[in-house]
Design a protein around this ligand. Structure first.
Ligand code: NAD
Length: 479
């Protein structure tokens, strides 16, 4: 008998079956901590993707007729099985994408909440009665599921995104084809095992693994796909948006960010500085809503920089399974090169590294930059590493203007005791989300999460996905 290989082999999950890629091709998934082989996964082709879409389309006819109590029960069962398999999910988040256990736990807890909140959607797929000017006409709106939903997720929060988007689509009666990040396929396949065990019918949820640039268009451009929800980089989002526009496929796009935090002179620095650190260093800065720009009023600028640097230089970089560890390895060599380039470009053009800037293996030390100017890449482009710039401002008005000087518009924050300025900021910042006296990193299952401009289109969350992932149909009855 052949010896068992010492790495995982991952297959697609299509129509309730585990299958190899057509042609048997595979690709390597590396553990980002040391670039060792984590798994070999099926390298999907256009044929695999078409098979998955056909399976989801075939399953839709019966699935849309399932009762709310069935979908609710299956979703709540997912949450139970997730708790039973918590260690498998945590290990995967740690070893497949390099999550420190603290971030893996955060994702796991959020994921559970996403599933339970989705279960609550099943009984709320509602329309309304509408007054009519026509005598004897009874008029109403009803909500119908759309059909096949394409879910495309990034590497950095695979469990949060998978639980939220897949569960919300299934809750309202759609079937799903999921293309997970090529850097995080195992997590979604673990989730597929859980979905199957929870009792969902075959074909309701399908996962095809592979390179997005090879098979993404076969999904988003497929004529049978009725809705696309994409989370990832702004460049890929733009491409998908063009495909969806051609086919008139409705979509939501959750893309990158360059989220600002404004610190006014009256802010409580004792509270603001640790939250500032949390908002950029969590998962080594690989968070779409991380704050990579801090605008600090001059009277507290020096003190803020001093306190921020003191925290940054002590952020945990130990074993990923140590709860004190915060800094994660940067996911891939391509991403590492981007982080290095952003720091080197800033330094070459005159910025100062207050702390950090160097690396330990594949982990970049928490890095604070001052003296950053508009011609530096780090000022405008998403770095996706533990790197942030601190800029002095002379007034609140200047802070708002600079915070708005970006193509992105995802999250934002302001720290102040002045309620008028805080609300003025919340209403005038060109971002989809604003947190007053809280960090830019915040998410909940039922809130409208999302951004504007280069950060995307549409919102996700239970209410928003209910709107987006169902069709509102007008029905009348002549009595
Ligand atoms: P990415 O754009 O490289 O990949 C995201 C997904 O897109 C992957 O599943 C990939 O396989 C797929 N893909 C690639 N080409 C495709 C194509 N042509 N068609 C369809 N799918 C394709 O992003 P990433 O590096 O995995 O994630 C990091 C990015 O995601 C950052 O920009 C970050 O800000 C963003 N992000 C945004 C949010 C949000 O909610 N706004 C959340 C997390 C991450």
């Amino acid at each position: 008998m052949d010896a068992k290989p010492d790495f995982r082999t991952l297959q697609h999950f299509i129509a309730g079956d585990w299958v190899d890629a057509a042609g048997g091709r595979t690709f390597e998934v590396l553990n980002p901590l040391d670039d060792s082989l984590y798994a070999r996964a099926a390298r999907g082709s256009g044929d695999d993707m078409r098979k998955a879409v056909a399976a989801a389309a075939a399953a839709f006819g019966n699935y849309r007729e399932t009762l709310p109590r069935e979908r609710e029960r299956w979703l709540l069962r997912i949450a139970e099985i997730m708790e039973e398999r918590k260690q498998d999910l945590l290990d995967c988040l740690i070893d497949e994408i390099g999550s420190p256990v603290q971030k893996a736990m955060f994702e796991f807890d959020k994921g559970l909440t996403m599933i339970r909140a989705a279960a609550g959607m099943c009984r709320n797929v509602r329309g309304e009665t509408i007054p009519s000017d026509a005598p004897g006409k009874f008029s109403m709106s009803i909500r119908e599921p759309l059909g096949v939903v394409a879910v495309i997720t990034p590497f950095n929060v695979p469990l949060i995104k998978t639980t939220r988007l897949v569960a919300n689509a299934l809750a309202v009666g759609n079937t799903v084809v999921h293309l997970p990040s090529e850097m995080a396929p195992h997590l979604s396949l673990l989730f597929a095992e859980i979905v199957a065990e929870a009792g969902f019918p075959a074909g309701a949820y399908n996962v095809v693994t592979g390179y997005g640039h090879e098979i993404g268009d076969d999904l988003t451009g497929h004529e049978t796909v009725d809705f696309v929800t994409f989370t990832g980089s702004s460049v890929v989002g733009q491409h998908i948006s063009e495909i969806c526009a051609r086919n008139k496929t409705p979509n939501t796009l959750e893309l990158g960010g360059k989220s600002p935090t404004v610190i006014l002179a009256d802010a409580d620095l004792e509270k603001a500085v640790p939250l500032a650190a949390r908002s950029i260093f969590m998962f080594g800065g690989q968070a779409c809503i991380g704050s990579s720009r801090f605008y600090v009023e001059r009277p507290v600028y020096d003190e803020f920089v001093k306190r921020f640097a003191a925290i940054a230089s002590k952020v945990g970089m130990g074993d990923l399974r140590d709860p004190a560890t915060v800094i994660a390895p940067i996911i891939s060599e391509r991403q590492r090169a981007r982080v290095r380039d952003h720091i080197a470009d800033a330094v070459a053009k005159g910025a100062t590294i207050v702390t950090g800037g160097d690396w330990e293996g594949n982990r970049c030390r928490p890095t604070l930059l001052t003296g950053v100017t508009g011609d530096m890449t780090v000022c405008r482009s998403e770095t996706f590493g533990p790197v942030t710039a601190i800029y002095p401002i002379d007034s609140y008005e200047e802070g708002l203007e600079k915070a708005n000087d970006t193509d992105y518009g995802l999250s934002s924050a302001i720290f102040t005791r002045d309620i008028d300025k805080a609300f003025h900021f919340a209403r005038n910042i060109g971002a989809g989300m604003c947190h007053i006296n809280g960090p830019t990193i915040h998410d909940e299952a039922h809130v409208p999460f999302g951004g504007n401009g280069a950060s995307g289109v549409g919102r996700e969350g239970t209410d928003s996905d209910m709107e987006a992932m169902t069709e509102l149909k007008w029905v009348t009855v002549q009595l």
